[in-house]
Ligand binder design. Sequence first.
Ligand code: ADP
Length: 174
Amino acid sequence: MVAVTVVRGDITEQEVDAVVNAANSELLGGGGVDGAIHRRGGPAILAECRRLRDTEYPRGLPTGGAVATTAGELPARWVIHTVGPVWSARGDRAAQLAPLLASCYRESLRVADELGARTVAFPAISTGAYRWPMDDAARIAVDTVREHSTVVEEVRFVLYDATAYDIFADRLRQ
Ligand code: ADP
């Protein structure tokens, strides 16, 4: 069974097989986790992302999907890019979007299995620029990872700030 752990820190510093990027559909970089990964990982990641746009994903990576590239100069071996949904305060929209957020975790683990990654670090997808409330995002993230069947041995949630860390740590104790 997968061991689910939580740490406070920077996703780009994790010594794991694969780190997950909270990317956007364009796959050409952005702010938050995406910006940090491209900055620290160097140009090799963007070069592969551009190749993916030219080949498999001319219209971008769909929300809820995941795809891997090199991790460039990061300590990890691979970056798995996934696109979270943008939060909507409308209740009916949020209900439609939650499965897409769960899909980010499932698809990333599916890609990790294909790669043979044994340790995978996730940020709190969609909780930054995409504004998903942290407590709901933590519930979806933890439940989805626990329920998913994978050969990954450790899933590590990496939270940038103390509040996010506490929310994920609480959820993990449930
Ligand atoms: P999204 O666009 O999916 O909302 P963001 O990258 O804007 O993605 O934010 C996702 C979460 O990651 C936020 O909670 C943000 O505080 C956090 N975050 C930002 N930079 C880092 C980092 N270097 N390592 C880990 N978490 C980070």
